[in-house]
Design a protein around this ligand. Structure first.
Ligand SMILES: Cc1cc2nc3c(=O)[nH]c(=O)nc-3n(C[C@H](O)[C@H](O)[C@H](O)COP(=O)(O)O)c2cc1C
Length: 206
């Protein structure tokens, strides 16, 4: 780094600034669009960009879910009650419904309806999924991990089944999904999202 750069000590800035820094520097982030059932059976849907693939054998994903005024968000309560969730891959044409599903609404409100989306029960786990999504990971909860003093909980899910819509294609002779057929969206900071641009293929050295 050159001499006119800046050094920032996270402990010397405000919580809001720490949020701004981490969410604008760890980019683009995949969006785990998480669907669950509430204890009373209400379908729930919300996006989470503190989301990552953690391992492939077994297939594990992690989502970090916050609290709202000290109370767990509905997704976390539902995941605890049902032990399952689905991850719906967000593609370009679902960007607006994904955003609509992030509305801060009471637990009894079905965000599928709010976002104009159809839900269907997953076959392998006790959760709904977005019917119109190009790809879905059906997960059971593997583990919950508290994150130090953060008001977030990391939920690790084990993928039990993968759904791929017609039109989602694999690269020849593999299960590597062609990004051009998936059209994934990544979250940048705040309300900014990155869409698929030029795709470069760079073989590994050696
Ligand atoms: C693109 C996007 C990413 C988000 N990522 C997260 C996240 O990683 N963690 C979190 O707690 N909230 C995140 N939110 C906010 C939640 O989606 C929002 O609080 C939602 O209302 C939670 O719904 P629930 O109470 O039904 O679980 C995100 C919102 C958007 C639009």
């Amino acid at each position: 780094m050159n001499a006119d750069g800046r050094t920032i000590d996270p402990s010397a800035v405000s919580p809001r600034e720490r949020y701004q820094l981490i969410t604008s520097l760890v980019v683009p982030r995949p969006i785990g669009w998480i669907s669950t059932y509430g204890e009373d059976g209400t379908p729930n849907l919300a996006p989470f960009s503190y989301f990552a693939a953690l391992s492939s054998s077994p297939m594990l994903v992690g989502v970090s879910i916050g609290h709202r005024q000290g109370i767990p968000k509905d997704t976390l309560s539902n995941v605890r009650a049902r032990g399952a969730f689905a991850v719906n891959v967000v593609c370009e044409r679902l960007l607006e419904p994904m955003n609509a599903s992030s509305a801060d609404v009471p637990a009894g409100v079905d965000e599928f309806l709010l976002a104009g989306l159809e839900s269907a029960r997953c076959a392998s786990v006790d959760a709904p999924h977005v019917v119109d999504c190009p790809a879905v990971l059906e997960c059971v909860v593997e583990k919950e991990v508290p994150l130090a003093e953060a008001p977030n909980t990391l939920v690790i899910g084990r993928v039990m089944r993968v759904l791929l819509a017609a039109g989602v294609t694999s690269l020849a002779g593999s299960l590597e999904i062609d990004p051009a057929s998936l059209r994934p969206v990544g979250r940048l900071s705040g309300a900014q999202y990155g869409l698929l641009g030029e795709i470069r293929t760079i073989p590994r050295p050696g």
